[in-house]
Design a protein around this ligand. Structure first.
Ligand code: PLP
Length: 371
């Protein structure tokens, strides 16, 4: 808990982002991957593509700056970051012209889109590199039919003059919750080697996934030929693997790049169960409430408008529990906290991926960069 120095000291909610800690995380991930012959595409979408963060990814040694949103590449370029840039959401047909203009690499899973990209490159007089995605069971993007994937790779290699087949890739642990394992990633290596045999050259990129695939780097079990990962969360937050996966010896990555500071606007003892006929909350839900008697509660000036999922906030102080809230309020149980929390106090929170994404996109949150 901190006390605001003066009333004009800062605008709350305040999101602090420590760029030095971010840079150390970038370097730890890049160096550990590098030792195994793996390049890292630094994925900036988790912090709304903040150019100052993208700069740390670049300075820390990422091979590409990657994001799902072209406007974030545009911002990074305008800020002066050189790239190369990688678009990691398979593109909309309508964004092909801007993709060719802004990105150097992109991921693909549709032949018609690849053909459109080639035609657009020809119009703009540009070359562009593509990574063809294989769906290995997570059931998001990628070719399910591997014969189709080989045909498309050969088509790019032999028929298209403006696109370069940079390689193949996969995505795991997103929609289908499929765990990256040495066996799964060996499937990708097999696909890559079949493509290489057909085109008679080595591929530049065999891209084995995102943060969840970093586990194989950490444990030293990555199949040898995987030479590329696209990593965001494990650099920006580094929480999924250490907390949700329960990996204990990853403390070389800082989990406190961000600090959210929010102001207390009410402190009172109140019943823990609502009083009256229980019906519906502000969002059309019918929640249940546990009666724990009279408890001390605090209200924060921070709500679902700012971060969607307030229950995922992680209070730094002991004895604070996030009960819920509404669009503009967060309700805390502070009965077990020993800090004598008062109106005007500022409480600190750690973030998870969802709260990071929303807070870095919210106009009503002040962002403070620590350099
Ligand atoms: C978001 C994304 C990533 C990065 O995921 P993290 O879990 O943040 O590391 C990598 N690849 C693709 C295709 C993505 O959409």
């Amino acid at each position: 808990m901190t006390k605001p120095q003066t009333t004009t000291d800062a605008c709350y909610p305040l999101l602090e982002m420590d760029l030095k800690k971010l840079r150390r995380n970038v370097e730890e991930v890049v160096n550990r991957c590098g030792a195994m012959g793996i390049n890292v595409a630094g994925v900036i979408k988790g912090c709304n593509g903040l150019p100052e963060a993208a700069e740390q990814f670049k300075l820390g040694g990422c091979a590409q700056i990657a994001t799902s949103r072209l406007e974030q590449i545009e911002d990074a370029k305008a800020y002066g970051i050189e790239g190369p840039f990688m678009l990691i959401r398979v593109p909309m047909l309508t964004e092909i012209p801007r993709m060719v203009q802004l990105a150097n690499y992109s991921l693909h899973s549709e032949r018609s889109v690849i053909d459109a990209a080639d035609a657009e490159c020809s119009r703009q007089g540009k070359k562009h590199k593509v990574v063809v995605m294989a769906d290995l069971g997570d059931l998001r993007e990628g070719f399910w039919d591997k014969e189709e994937l080989f045909d498309v790779c050969l088509h790019i290699e032999n028929d298209l003059n403006n696109l370069e087949l940079a390689g193949v890739g996969t995505n795991l642990g997103c929609y289908g919750s499929v765990k990256p394992t040495p066996e799964k990633l060996s499937e990708l290596v097999d696909i890559a080697e079949r493509v290489e045999a057909a085109i008679g050259r080595k591929l530049e990129i065999i891209s084995g996934g995102a943060t969840s695939s970093f586990t194989l780097v950490h444990f030293g079990t990555m199949p040898k030929r995987i030479n590329h990962l696209r990593i965001g969360e494990n650099i920006l937050l580094a929480r999924d693997l250490q907390t949700d996966w329960g990996i204990k010896d990853m403390d070389y990555l800082a989990m406190d790049v961000y600090t959210l500071k929010a102001a207390v606007i009410e402190v009172k003892d109140k019943p823990s169960h609502p009083v009256g006929e229980i019906f519906m909350d502000a969002f059309g839900n019918f929640p249940t409430y546990t009666d724990r008697g009279i408890r001390r509660r605090a209200l924060l000036a921070l709500g679902k408008v700012d971060l969607a999922d307030i229950c995922r906030l992680l209070p730094r102080a002991e004895g604070i529990e996030v009960l819920g809230g509404s669009s503009d309020h967060t309700i805390l149980d502070i009965e077990d906290n020993k800090d004598n929390i008062q109106v005007g106090d500022i409480l600190e929170f750690d973030l998870n991926y969802t709260t990071m994404v929303f807070l870095t996109n919210s106009k009503s949150v002040t962002l403070k960069l620590i350099r």
